[in-house]
Design a protein around this ligand. Structure first.
Ligand SMILES: *Cc1c(COP(=O)(O)O)cnc(C)c1O
Length: 393
């Protein structure tokens, strides 16, 4: 495993090719749909470093892919237009008509939707949702026709962990490929390939971009056959990242370590303060000392980022009142940028769904941005004070 000083080096210089670009430190943005060739042979067979058509490869996209492959300690990387383009490409590359998929219950919501509205009705696939924190439940869900295990650790909104080594060891024995969404940790805080995962997905829209100004997705794998299949499908589905987007993600990556360490520092302080607040019933944050899967966390993660959830001592409507009173935390989807955000991921779900998910409908998810601890804490406290008013009224 590479140490963090190497990671800083990769973030700064991985994929660099100054000499190719007239010494330019930042690669130019190659806004060209095609690249002309010297011969028909070159056009047909290609040549090392030769680009032909930007739906296949593009210089900016290649620099990005090189950097992220190095960061994940992986052999191959492919960049996509957004996280879901990468996720659906990976899943389709392993999907089989009539096959079965095991998926963690707190995978990113659109993954469930993809299984339910596309793979099941169109490809006659079946799926089993499992609580990823229970390895036995995952293994018991495997069937003879299981063609993929979809993992996310920490999972969305409740941040439960999957024992990646335990699951991948058994999956390998049975020849079942494994996929993980590693967006929460980024390659800096978790390296799933080294824990046996076959395909790692990143939503570059979050910390890699880091400035809430770009969408992107990435897949990393060590398996050449998987890579070739993914590459072929990317030609056919057309999900590749555009050059300007790849350039923006590259720019974000250069500062990801300083940003991520700061997000973690701020989030850890906020989580500790929330945990002490009597108006807060429960905090969901993998970085807490009291985190239930602390041992597993320390085994497979080297950090936790800026996203967490909490529940108040109060009703769902009171939770909503707290959320709508926040000022520094803006109400909105997504996360991973410089700014603080809040939302209620389960508010519009049923009570039964929320219970199955492992939280209440009043779950409040916050992303701690880079504004600093003080304004964020003050904002949370003034919003939570709506609960004190309720009491005295
Ligand atoms: C945002 C997100 C995605 C989807 O990424 P897009 O770029 O919006 O397609 C997937 N997984 C996780 C965990 C996310 O937070």
């Amino acid at each position: 495993m590479i140490d963090s000083s190497d990671e800083a080096m990769i973030l700064a210089h991985g994929g660099d090719c100054y000499e190719q670009f007239l010494g330019s430190v930042a690669p130019p943005v190659f806004m060209s749909s095609l690249f002309t060739c010297n011969s028909l042979d070159e056009y047909h067979f290609g040549a090392p470093g030769k680009h032909i058509y930007s739906r296949y490869t593009n210089p900016d996209v290649s620099v990005l892919e090189q950097k992220v492959a190095e960061l994940e300690n992986g052999r191959f990387c492919l960049a996509y237009a957004n996280g879901m383009a990468a996720a659906s490409a990976a899943i389709l590359s392993k999907a089989k008509a009539g096959g079965h998929i095991v998926c963690v219950h707190n995978a990113y919501g659109c993954i469930h939707e993809f299984l339910e509205v596309y793979l099941q009705p169109v490809m006659q696939m079946t799926y089993t949702y499992v609580h990823g924190y229970d390895t036995q439940e995952i293994l018991q869900a495997l069937q003879d026709n299981t063609c993929l295990i979809i993992l996310e650790s920490p999972g969305s909104d409740t941040f439960t962990l999957v024992d990646l080594q335990a699951v991948t060891a058994e999956a390998k024995k049975r020849g079942i490929p494994t996929y993980i969404d590693n967006t929460y940790c980024t390659p800096l805080y978790q390296k799933p390939l080294s824990l046996g995962i076959d395909i790692v997905m990143h939503t570059a829209t979050k910390y890699m971009g880091g400035h809430s100004d770009v969408l992107g997705g990435l897949l990393v794998t060590n398996d050449e056959e998987t890579y070739n299949r993914l590459k072929q499908l990317r030609h056919l589905f057309g999900g590749i990242s555009a050059p300007m987007e790849a350039w923006l993600i590259l720019r974000g990556l250069r500062t990801m370590k300083v940003r991520l360490d700061e997000h973690q520092k701020i989030a850890t302080e906020i989580a500790n303060e929330l945990e002490k607040d009597p108006r807060v019933r429960k905090v969901y944050y993998p970085g807490l000392e009291s985190f239930p899967q602390k041992q597993l966390r320390d085994k497979q993660q080297s950090g936790s980022s800026g996203l967490m959830s909490f529940e108040i001592n109060g009703t769902v409507e009171q939770a909503r009142a707290v959320v709508e009173r926040l000022k520094v935390f803006s109400l909105g989807p997504s996360w991973g940028g410089f700014e603080s955000l809040v939302m209620m991921p389960l508010y519009f779900k049923s009570e039964e769904y929320a219970e199955w998910y492992g939280a209440s409908r009043g779950l409040i998810r916050i992303h701690c941005g880079l504004e600093g601890v003080k304004p964020l804490l003050e904002d949370l406290r003034q919003a939570l004070s709506v609960l004190d008013e309720g009491e005295s009224a």
